[in-house]
Design a protein around this ligand. Structure first.
Ligand code: GLC
Length: 733
């Protein structure tokens, strides 16, 4: 924190009454966009009285410069000390211009593209008057039943850490007071992604080993990247609701990690300490949360109603209140809100920047890079722009809304370029469309529960007829965007409704099918993999979805994405991830039955973490090490030459994994510790270099509660996915 800001904060703090201090620790919903259960206290309108009394620190879900200016004006006209509000909103993958859902963007493994996407999102959000986004969500997700895997960077903490830092750079830039940067928020601290059974908001119970080696590294990466705020979560972790966890928020985050920003609760998560059975009432909830380091109460009405009295009776030290308020005021100063509370309120900028052509072009570029080619048997792809009769079939083929994804901020309904539009733009009359079926869900309303499994097969015959009379079929199926995201866990992560019947009927009519998936989570694709020659994973790709997918299908962009989450053969395999433990009965025990396996399905993923094909081919040379013995203080250099052995330029994500063979706690069979995204022209080669130090080999030992690398034998893998790798051994001495 700069000394100038520090001084200003201290001067201001000295002047504030207890009521005004607690006011800064209160965030209300501005009612323009409900993102949580509306408590009885909220009237669904601006909290005018509280704004006038100067007892509000922040509003969330306030939309548009006009309304934000209005709320700021009310505050400043009445606030004794003129402390401006900070306005937060869930700008998760774009504000108005929609980018791929974060899980999709992470499939690009392109940190520059990811940063550029967050940059545009910040520019548009700031142009709309906002100063703070509740992103990046950095919860490691290994259970595809959980709807919020769409919002993160997948199953791996190393990739997740780099993606999170790129997003923070994009959102915050290098000057938070600039009018095109916003404060970021690492969430949900911590372990929300380990909800038992993948069931939303469920308890999380994990070992210290998993907490420190898998869950926490992306958060630490966010703090190291200078994230301005952190949001806690709804879950209880090993018996303690994280909102009331002093270990997480004070000992670790603000203590050991030196985090200087502030912690905002998740929506009413402080009040929910009562529901958890951790607090008797909201007054006790306020005490627990404030003492544990939850600095701001989002829509919980605990701090506003009870914290002052609890300070007065000594259950919460004033020092803790001052610490929270100091952190909040500091972020407001860094944003420049004290210098000019209206600096983000500029209608001209709002008009000029939202959905600009430049932003849409960036969205199309990031979208193309996020697409993963899962299968391409017989090189059915890329398709020809002429001379082929193309059938475009499926409930998502002409859909202009689903590609906008969940957590869509201020996207305009039905504004995405559909796949059908994207294909028509490229091939015109050569393509014909038939829907084939609906998505298999009833009511698409965002708030209401989804009614699943419509059974209308009446449109399938028309689609089958079109398939019969075409050379190739592009078949677009998957999930509605409201089948993923918050409060959208699923026990059946397959194709809802009659999509499977449609796929089988179309394939029977014409086997030349390219399956285009639009979904917010891994799906079980064993049938598709067995019967469909080409499969393209396009997630919910954002405003430019149709154009980006068409660019890939017709070869204007050579697909380069790699999976950030494992795709199962059967959903019964979940939770499924590459970085698993060996167990005491690994596959080597086979063919005896006494080994860790299922009797009715293979263990491994259908498509593993890091998998993704190209329209060209890459040949990997042998791994070269500069030494086979590495010292604790030294480093190990690994290199490998990759050759593009195909006919066209392409990109490849060269991945490096390690395995610690023997350690004082069991270690995973692989851990991603490096990757490089390279571009090679046809016939070209490049030698890729990696350097590892003991830090890269370190792990958290839950017995000694320390990080460190242990001497011994390691394996080092380099390849094009977590499965397609070569291996060499080395020793750490
Ligand atoms: C939601 C989400 C959180 C979001 C917040 C505000 O319930 O859990 O990620 O930022 O409330 O919308």
């Amino acid at each position: 924190m700069s000394t100038a800001i520090h001084k200003k904060v201290e001067v201001l703090l000295q002047q504030m009454t207890l009521k005004e201090k607690i006011g800064q620790m209160v965030q209300y919903n501005a009612s323009w966009d409900l993102t949580g259960p509306a408590p009885s206290e909220t009237s669904g309108a601006l909290p005018y009285k509280e704004l006038e009394e100067g007892v509000v620190g922040s509003l969330l879900n306030a939309i548009s410069v006009k309304d934000i200016r209005k709320a700021q004006q009310i505050t400043l006209e009445h606030h004794r000390l003129k402390i401006p509000l900070i306005f937060g909103y869930d700008v998760i993958h774009g504000y108005k211009t929609m980018f791929p859902i974060p899980l999709g963007e992470s499939a690009s493994w392109d940190l520059e593209a990811i940063e550029a996407s967050a940059r545009v999102a910040a520019t548009e959000a700031a142009a709309a008057g906002l100063n703070w986004t509740f992103a990046p969500m950095v919860d490691v997700g290994r259970d595809a039943r959980w709807g919020r895997v769409m919002e993160g960077a997948g199953e791996d903490p190393y990739l997740g850490s780099l993606v999170a830092a790129a997003r923070i750079r994009g959102f915050q830039g290098d000057d938070l007071s600039a009018t095109d940067t916003i404060a970021a928020c690492a969430k949900h601290f911590a372990a929300y992604g380990y909800a038992e059974g993948g069931r939303e908001y469920n308890s999380t119970d994990i070992s210290d080993n998993v907490l420190h080696n898998v869950v926490l590294p992306p958060f630490k990466a966010c703090v190291d990247a200078g994230v301005a705020t952190v949001m806690n979560g709804f879950n209880d972790l090993n018996g303690t609701p994280v909102t009331a966890s002093s270990y997480l928020q004070r000992d670790l985050l603000k203590g050991a990690w030196g985090f200087e920003g502030f912690v905002v609760s998740d929506w009413a998560s402080i009040a929910e300490l009562v529901m958890h059975g951790r607090a008797t009432d909201k007054a006790e909830a306020a005490v627990l949360a404030a003492n544990a380091g939850s600095d701001m109460d989002m829509e919980g009405y605990c701090y506003s109603e009870h914290l002052a009295e609890k300070v007065q009776v000594g259950e919460v030290d004033m020092a803790k209140i001052d610490d929270a308020v100091r952190r909040i005021l500091t972020v407001k100063y860094k944003l420049g809100l004290f210098d000019d509370p209206y600096k983000y309120c500029n209608e001209k900028r709002e008009q000029a920047l939202l959905l600009s052509d430049e932003h849409l072009a960036i969205a199309r570029d990031v979208a193309r890079k996020s697409i993963v080619l899962l299968k391409n048997e017989g090189d059915i792809l890329p398709l020809k722009k002429s001379g082929q009769k193309i059938a475009v079939i499926g409930p998502l083929a002409a859909c202009k809304d689903v590609p906008l994804g969940s957590w869509r901020a201020q996207a305009i309904t039905d504004s995405a370029v559909s796949l059908w539009e994207g294909i028509q733009t490229l091939v015109g009359e050569n393509a014909k469309h038939a829907k084939g079926c609906d998505l298999g869900i009833g009511n698409r309303a965002f708030i209401l529960e989804l009614t699943i499994n419509e059974d209308d097969v009446s449109k399938i015959p028309e689609a089958v007829e079109l398939a019969k009379n075409s050379d190739v079929v592009v078949l677009a199926v998957g999930e509605d965007c409201w089948q993923s995201g918050e409060a959208r866990s699923r026990v059946d992560i397959g194709f809802a409704g009659v999509q499977q019947q449609l796929m089988e009927a179309v394939v029977a009519a014409n086997p030349n099918v390219v399956l285009v998936l639009m979904n917010g989570r891994p799906m079980p694709l064993a049938w598709a993999d067995a019967y469909i020659p080409a499969i393209v994973e396009t997630w919910h790709l954002g405003s430019e979805a149709g154009n980006a997918i068409a660019d890939v299908l017709f070869g204007d962009y050579n697909p380069s994405g790699k999976l950030p989450m494992s795709f199962p053969r059967h959903q019964g395999q979940i939770p499924l991830y590459y970085s698993r433990k060996q167990t005491g009965r690994g596959e080597s025990v086979a063919p005896s039955v006494f080994w860790s396996h299922y009797i009715d399905e293979q263990n491994d993923a259908l498509y593993p973490f890091g998998h993704g094909l190209s329209y060209t081919t890459f040949e990997y040379g042998d791994i070269q090490l500069n030494t086979s013995e590495m010292s604790m203080e030294g480093s190990l250099k690994a290199s490998i030459t990759i050759k593009n052995t195909g006919e066209r330029a392409g990109k490849e994500v060269v991945q490096l994994y390690i395995r610690d063979l023997i350690a004082s706690e069991t270690r995973p069979i692989k851990e991603l510790k490096g990757f490089q995204l390279i571009k090679l022209d046809a016939g070209a080669s490049e030698t890729v270099h990696f350097e590892l130090t003991a830090k890269d080999l370190a792990f958290y030992n839950s017995m000694t509660k320390t990080w460190g690398a242990e001497a011994g034998k390691f394996e080092l893998f380099i390849g094009s996915s977590s499965r397609e790798v070569q291996m060499v051994g080395f020793e750490l001495r």
